[in-house]
Design a protein around this ligand. Structure first.
Ligand code: DC
Length: 225
């Protein structure tokens, strides 16, 4: 199965399970997992730290000049570096989620990350997850999946995850954050969240993690036959 380079694009809203499922599948298939949300989150973190407002375009453009993002794989897990600092954990907060969503609507920010993402897929067999992978970044991906679930199910999962990490959040605030991000991500003019025409839809609302992995695996294997 791995003799030829193959790219798998997974898009969908926050909390549908993209990264958890993609990580498991990447390990099983021997592919590299690329979490593009982590790249937008790193930019969000940088902008928050430097007090850059997403409506101030000249400031955003100037800030991008000072950002270098690298990814590396440690024991198969993606680590993301912002100007040399490993920010893999620091980017997993609700404040950074919001900032990532706001800055990701800016064309200059998307252009900044496009080459990095395409470059990784050109060199490796990847499972890449995000919002515009099947539509914009890898329109020729061999497999495209749009992974979704209803917003309450997604908020429940995200809430559990954040509580397990010791963050102080309420279910209502997590649901509100998810709804706001769904709206921002799907209504923006550039590269909005939407299924590619040739994407296969997988709905995980009623599936647990292993059932979701199996559903995805059968879609992938069917496409790769
Ligand atoms: O997948 P995530 O929740 O880590 O992504 C954080 C934000 O980044 C998300 O709200 C929208 C943005 N994003 C994007 O616009 N395009 C991508 N390919 C990945 C993420």
């Amino acid at each position: 199965m791995n003799t030829k380079k193959i790219n798998i694009a997974i898009d969908g809203p926050s909390g549908a399970g993209k990264s958890t499922i993609a990580k498991i599948l990447a390990r099983e298939l021997g592919f590299i997992y690329v979490d593009t949300g982590a790249m937008y989150r790193s930019i969000g973190l940088y902008m928050l730290r430097n007090g850059v407002d997403s409506t101030d375009l000249p400031a955003v453009q100037a800030a991008l000049q000072g950002i270098e993002i690298n990814i590396a794989y440690v024991d198969g897990a993606q680590h993301i570096y912002l100007n040399g600092e490993d920010v893999s954990e620091l980017i997993r907060t609700e404040a950074v989620s919001k900032a990532a969503s706001a800055f990701s609507a800016i064309p200059e920010v998307r252009a900044f990350l496009l080459e990095l993402q395409r470059g990784l897929a050109a060199k490796n067999s990847v499972i890449m997850d995000g919002r515009d992978i099947g539509t914009v970044i890898l329109p020729n991906a061999e497999v495209k999946i749009f992974l979704t679930a209803d917003d309450t199910a997604r908020a429940e999962r995200r809430y559990k995850e954040l509580i397990e990490k010791g963050q102080e959040v309420t279910f209502e605030s997590v649901l509100e954050n998810i709804r706001q991000r769904d709206k921002n991500d799907s209504e923006r003019a550039l590269a909005p969240l939407k299924p590619a025409e040739d994407a296969i839809l997988v709905d995980t609302t009623k599936l647990d993690l292993m059932q979701s992995v199996e559903a995805m695996k059968s879609v992938i294997l069917e496409k790769m036959k």
